[in-house]
Write a protein that binds this ligand. Sequence first.
Ligand code: BGC
Length: 901
Amino acid sequence: MKKIVCLLINMLLITTCSVAQLSVHKLLTENRINPIGLDERVPRFSWQLASNKRNVFQAAYQIQVFTSAKGKAFWDSGKILSAQSVFVPYAGSPLQSGKQYWWVVKVWDNYDKKPAVSDTASFRMAFLNESDWKAKWIEPGFAEDSVMRPSPLFRKVFSANKKILSAIAYITAHGLYEARINGVKIGNAYFTPGWTSYNKRLQYQVYDVTNLIAKGSNAITATLGNGWYRGIIGFKNKENMYGKDIALLFQLEITYADGTTTTIISDDSWKSSTGEILYSQIYNGELIDAGKEKKGWALPGYDDTRWDSVKITHYPINVLVATINEPIKEKEHFKPARIFTTPAGEHVIDFGQNLAGWVTVKVNGKGGDKIIISHAEVLDKDGNFYTANLRAAKAQDTYILKGGGEEVFKPHFTWHGFRYIKVEGYPGELRPENFTATALYSDIPPAGDFRSSNALINQLQHNIQWGQKSNFIDVPTDCPQRDERLGWTGDAQVFFRTAAFNMNVDNFFTKWLKDVSADQLPNGSVPFVIPDVLGQRRSGSAGWDDAACIVPWNLYVAYGDKRVLEQQYPGMKKWVEFIRNSSHNNLWNTGIHYGDWLFYSPDDDRDGKAAVTDKFLIAQCFYANSVQLLINTARVLGNTEDVPVYEALLVKIKQAFVKEYVTASGRLVSGTQTAYVLALNFDMLPEELREQAAGRLVENIKSYGNHLTTGFLGTPYLCHVLSRFGFTDVAYKLLLQQEYPSWLYPVKMGATTVWERWDGIKPDSTFESPAMNSFNHYSYGAIGDWMYRVMAGLDNYDDGPGYKHIKIQPHIGGGFTAVSAALETYYGKLRSSWVLENGKILMDLEIPANTTATAFVPANAVNEITESGAALIPSAKIKTENGYVVLTLGSGIYHFVVSKK
Ligand code: BGC
């Protein structure tokens, strides 16, 4: 009986499987699902194939674009015999400003004659012409308090008396805005319009607000915050970076069911006033006096006759760009893990996770009661609330109650980096249900998952992800807590590859790179921070501003997006030319350089052990790398005339390196780990000197008792270089080292994010200097890339970027019994995992449709391997190489078992 049931189940599986064949799904337009507000005139379409079969490839596709959900196609690509399923450009007649389009794709694979047809996706264009903007910039009509700078409020009432088909709002601000219709927040994004180099590129957002508009009278309102525009930013309490006045630009396009349209714009018919937000600064926090709230001001019936008028101002419209990256949203919520009184007698709440965001407070008290919420990342060694490392950032939200019932507070235009809050003035007992910490960050699609049999490494991965979440706030920032939070180029490039494993950062970085180009100086130098708020003289550091070449290339490798290379190529070339012009005899030995920032440097350095690497040696390596990436890019883009020019330059740069920094026996003048790592990673040494250099690196690591000593620039490549030269065992020792300096030292010290310094908290629980001691910096999290790419073995060949040609080569070792990683690629889910069980290696792979993988199975011979229970059949195509059997695989799920003979 049992047998029969099994048989039936099997038959059922087989039949269902054979019914479900090819399907096409996950339709993206410019990498987003049904985006609203594209100003890209040639949007690109991507889709994924799914099938229960193996080795599935796309044979052909046909895209149809419609101007309404039904009807005749506006553009029909026709059946195109092509495997391209990612970034297929629109090629119909020009798309219209503000219009919505729908599209479907039919896909034929290599098995079926019948195509799979997708569901319908849509996209809506933003404004494509300056003349589409009818709105006027408006500023408050009253004289602003120049010290406190309370948040201005704007208001406009209009009536809509017919049935509405659609209502689309286009909004931006100088400063930050929160807009509402009839009291309901438009969209669920925060800190809009985001941060760009405002005077060159100012983003606006487009919202479908059809459902917010009522028949009859409607109120549009907006509150502005100082934000990055005129709030304190950069060092030295500097304000008014982009201007001293904040302003709103608002346009609402209503289409009625009868086909008529109305446009409501910000103009002199609006009113202005102030409300309950009395003070707001990103670094310092917010002051809200609920008693000052203008009750009902966001609703149509409110009497605003005593409000001020507004001032019309003129700002350029040609800097306006539609947002392409994901907006900042409220993400995870945390309840208090512990509420306690510190030895100093302060009331503190621990949320258990260091994060960037804010705390929502519920309270019942009297009018005038004042609650102060202060934020901190850590407690000091006595268990007291520690804020010295926030430097000048006050990071304090103050709420004054209006009284008369439960009140709920959270700030609007600030965020804090914290795990703990100190609560002062709260009426009554601190109860967990009244405090919620919420993480805020750019709503970037999660992409990767990494886990292993080692709990400490899993915590490290958690910390890396939280370092990323806490710092991907519209721009990649260095830290979320102190008076900094800037788009440091070095940090961004160092962490990029890890970031691209954890999340799909394609649009996030494409947007940031546009600002890199916008802020690049005429001589090609790149500012240290982007958007540049430090000024023109702060630019040109090796390893920082090489981000201009490193990030675009890595973005291309991760996503296969050629357009980003086209967009960045002129800037890449300018950057390389800047270095060339700063060099003498092909040596980059001038300028300000941060060097191997925050490398291991013991206080008690009597035997001269500090790992100082010559800054110009570092610069030379990054010079070569940037030139190499420029050559790679020129090849991809077909800029063939540039290739030989830069190839010749690269030869000279490497020769100059060897002459200046390498002894005849192959020793580097700086004998540090970073020196060897960079020289090897960027192929600075002639072939014959590489092996001995790798040996010296290993010796150096041993001489430090299997500790790393690298800073920001050496760390990302350290384990990769070790693996490349056959020392993965040493890399594992570094990864698993628990004493300072190491990746696991902070984990052992209870970290929930990655620290800025290897020893932010010292073994005796004292702190590093508060002048620079963030507990939420992602740079050292760059090891994540090695964990995904080498431990789990998920990688990509440059000839098939974006995981079109996948490389899977796991590295077993380090005492791990299991490692697994998954990545959502544009083709679908890619997964690689290995488990050691009963002397066998179990290796599971999932390869998305329409890709090819070169898989390295850890075995010495084909006859050691079975796949899904069947012996692997030897063939001429299967190679054996350095302890791996190398297979070429098409899509599908594979289950290999290796029994070593
Ligand atoms: C930042 C860094 C940055 C560095 C440059 C620091 O203040 O936090 O992460 O790269 O300065 O030296």
